[in-house]
Design a protein around this ligand. Structure first.
Ligand code: FMN
Length: 168
């Protein structure tokens, strides 16, 4: 067993959080891990918002369709991408996953909430006063887990092929 792969496999989306704050050092470390993600041509086309104020969390939650639980999280990260960069979506998704895994490594649970492709992304951008050159890629609601649901994953034999694909 390996510590990093064990952390990756122990991650589950959590949508119910215990009250309480997340340590500032943990937040900073998770953000540094997000910013460590690979990016096409090392452009790093991102901007990370950190929201802890209750009123703002509530407003973000209200704007989303499937992110109402954001109102109850300790901290919500908002990952924005520079629209003009060809690979901003891939880059910001890599950063989002790094962020989630770093939080998990610190014992902080989270859930990715859609931003890209959602009309509310523009409203959240405006609410947070983020310049128009950016677009919301993802939201990550985080906190201490109050309830963990374990989802079923597809079996390796159905999703992996070696060398050339062969139909069963
Ligand atoms: C791009 C993306 C968008 C997602 N959007 C939402 C969302 O809006 N609301 C939500 O509750 N979960 C959202 N999720 C979390 C997925 O529902 C979750 O990852 C999936 O059900 C698998 O569960 P697991 O994360 O516990 O493995 C999103 C995940 C991704 C990658």
């Amino acid at each position: 067993m390996n510590i990093v792969t064990t952390i990756i496999k122990s991650r589950h989306s959590v949508r119910k959080f215990k009250p309480g704050e997340i340590d500032g050092q943990v937040i900073r470390d998770a953000l540094e891990c997000a910013a460590q993600a690979p990016t096409a041509m090392n452009i790093q086309p991102w901007l990370f918002g950190v929201v802890k104020e209750k009123d703002t969390l509530q407003k973000i939650a209200d704007l989303t369709d499937h992110g109402k639980f954001i109102a109850e999280c300790a901290v919500c990260f908002a990952v924005f991408g520079e629209k003009k960069e060809t690979y901003y979506l891939e880059d910001c998704c890599a950063a989002t996953e790094n962020l989630i895994l770093a939080l998990q490594a610190h014992g902080v649970s989270s859930c990715w909430v859609a931003g890209e492709k959602k009309a509310y992304g523009e409203k959240i951008r405006q609410m947070l006063a983020v310049p128009d050159m950016y677009t919301l890629v993802s939201l990550v609601a985080a906190g201490s887990p109050a309830d963990i649901t374990i989802t079923k994953k597809k079996e390796m034999k159905h999703i992996v092929f070696y060398e050339g694909f062969k139909a069963e």
